[in-house]
Structures are given as structure tokens and as C-alpha cells.
Design a protein around this ligand. Sequence first.
Ligand code: DOR
Length: 445
Amino acid sequence: MRELKIINAFLVNDGKISKEDIHVVGNKIVKIGNCIKSSDNAEVFDATGKYVFPGLIDDQVHFREPGLTHKATIETESKAALAGGITSFLEMPNTNPQTTTIKEWEFKNKLAEKTSYANYGFMFGGTNNNLDQILKLDSKRVPALKLFLGSSTGNMLVDNPEVLKNIFENTDLVIAVHCEDETTITNNLKAAKVKYGENIPIEQHPEIRSENACYLSSSQAISLAKQTGARLHVFHVSTAKELSLFRNDIPLKDKKITAEVCIHHLWFNSKDYKTKGTLIKWNPAIKTLNDSEALWDGLNSGLLDVLATDHAPHTIKEKLNSYNKAPSGGPLVQHSLPALLTAYHQKRISLEKIVEKACHNPAILFDIKNRGYIREGFFADLVIIDLDKKHTVNKKDLLYKCGWSPFEGTTFKGIVEKTLLNGQWAYNQGKVLPKSAAMALIFDR
Ligand code: DOR
């Protein structure tokens, strides 16, 4: 069996940084500690001066397959994920057809088995009329049920209160929710149309998809979860106000209500609409500087549990439409970790906290088997990081099918040098290596 020894690295794991070697045999880590660097047939990688993280687990990506392959494919975006140190992803059901039947869900898995370069899991989409399917899902293979409680790309709004209550009462799965109140948004949009006609400025996006729209929807979902005992995960929290809905006084494994924050809501703020325009149009919208500062605090204090991307590519032609026509979302998987490493240099977050929120916590929250930590017996999903190297994001280096990034021109400090996937090198200094080792994630429930 293939053996690899990564020696002299700074491991960032389990709340500490320590200088240790990692011995990999086949697809697993067999030993952490002093490796004998010797005589055997093992490949030795000397990581002196480098940092090693567990592979990141991104709990919210849109890879657009099937049906929206002019924007992205599982193959193109999973390659970009590896370049960004993301070794496992959970993908969303708003494809075409939507992943709202077991047949479509199985089809997506088959597609990924053939084409994904990274480890994969697919969320199942709830609708106003598919409870029969939800109740038949295999919780060892389905990471969670995704519900759009506000409309976004793909028309998957679940707006029947009876149905919602039924779903919350009857599923044991984690329910991951997109929270924005539809009535509030519709009214705000109507008012903006009266004021601006067809030329609504992008700066109005956070007024239309407002703080109140987020707060109202998140608080309603949380009330329903409390009332029914459901296990709720609130996706992409974007406002300071919503933080009051979450707790940081109990361990993650005991929480029934958890929250995710995404890199764009941390990195950008409403002042950036002026230069980036509709390229940073997201649902939920990027809000004020005060909100993004509060989100960093919420992440550090434990109110927010998971750091993800909500990677949601659209073509540049689609994105450069006028406010009303431009779709929401943008590509992020290749640059989320470099942005976080840059934030570390800016003293916003520690390396240990990045690893906790982007590696350990998604594994705990979704019961992902043997991943998310650098641990003996766990899969060897690892990221080798050069913490001091700078890199300016340039169109020619983008691996996204859509060929653009909201970070173009940004210089990051801290880069992904290599990514190891299930014991095999999968990315090395700008190059994705031939597909070999990707696996379906297993949920240990
Ligand atoms: O901005 C977004 N884009 N938010 C979502 O919830 C969906 C996503 C997409 O699929 O385009």
C-alpha cells in the first residue's frame, strides 16, 4: 500500500498548533508524531515552515449539475474546491431538475461518482409536496434536508405553513434553511420599483432583501424548530440582529439550533457595491460594515458554528445584467481559505478557529464519518499551507467554469500549496492532478 510521510509540519488541529509528522498509509492517517524518516518505500514530504490543516468541509455549495452546466459542473467546481483546500462538499438541490425526488438524488450521486474530484454529499430539497420522499431518505447517505424559506435561484420556496410544520415534526434529518421573509422582500421590491422604476441601484439590494426580512424568517424557523424539536441549521446568517437568536453556552454537539456564516458576508460590506456592483449580489444580501464586524465577533464567540462559501456561480453575462435581472450568487470555493488566511494576518481570526469552523464543526454537525480532523484512523484529507506567500487573484488562474471571481485583483496573504485527498495528492501548486480518490461522504448516525 502507498505510504506517505509528511514531516516537520505545523499541524493546526483540535484547538492547538504543534510541530509533528503525519504518516499516511493508503487513504488513512495511521500515525501522528515522530515518524521514522527512513529506509522504507514511503514518499517523504518535508513540510518545514508550512502549516497543515484538515481538508475543509464546505457545507453549502451550488455546483449546478444537472441542468445548469453553462454556469458550472461538478467536475469544474470540485477541481476549484481542491485548489482552495476544500476536500469535501455538501451540494444544494436547486439544480434542474431539482433534487426533490430520490430518483434525482441518486442520479446526482452517480454523476458525482464519475466526475467529482472531491468528496461529496448531496442535500435533498424539501418542497410543498414531497414529504413522502423525505420520509424515505437514508440518513447515512443524505447529509441534510434543504428548505428555501425565502425564494432564490431555482424557485424552491416552501411557503405552506402546514407542510412546514409537518416536515419539522416528522424528519430526523438536520433541516438546513435559507431564511428571508418573502412578503417583506416583495413589499420592499414594490416600493423600490415605485421609487426607481426599472433602474433600481444595486445599493438597494440590502434594503430590499433587508435585515428585517432575514430576522423575521430566521426567528420564525427557530420558533418552529423549538416547538417541534426539529434539528435546525440556519444557513448564511448575514446580519448582526440575527445573532441574538443563537447560543454559545453549550457545545456544538448538544445544540439543536446551529448557524452558518459565509465568507462573502464576512469579507464584503455595503460599501463594496459601488465598485463590485451586481458581482456581489447575493441572497441574503451583503449588509453593512457593522453587520460584517458583528459576524466576525459571532464566529469567534461561538454564536456562529460553521464557516462555508455558498459557492453559487453564474456566467459573467448573467451577472452583468441590470439589478432586477442579475442573478444572485458568485463563485467562491477557490478563494475562501486564502481570504481567511488573510483575515488571520489581519488579526480577525486565529488559525485554530478557522480549522474549528471550516473543518471540525461541519464534521460534527453533519456526523461526517472519519473526516474533519487530523486524527489517527481518519481519512487523510489534508491541506498544506504557505502562510506568508502572497497571491493576487487573476482571471487566468481561475478554475471556475464561469471564469470570473468577485476577488479578482485582490491580494491574499496565505496560499494553498498542496491538497491531499484520501491519501493521494490531488492539487499541487496551481495544478489539479488527475482524478483518483474522491469518495461519497458517509454520515455516521
Ligand atoms: O445568492 C444566492 N445564490 N443565494 C442562494 O440561496 C442561491 C444561490 C444560487 O443558487 O444562485
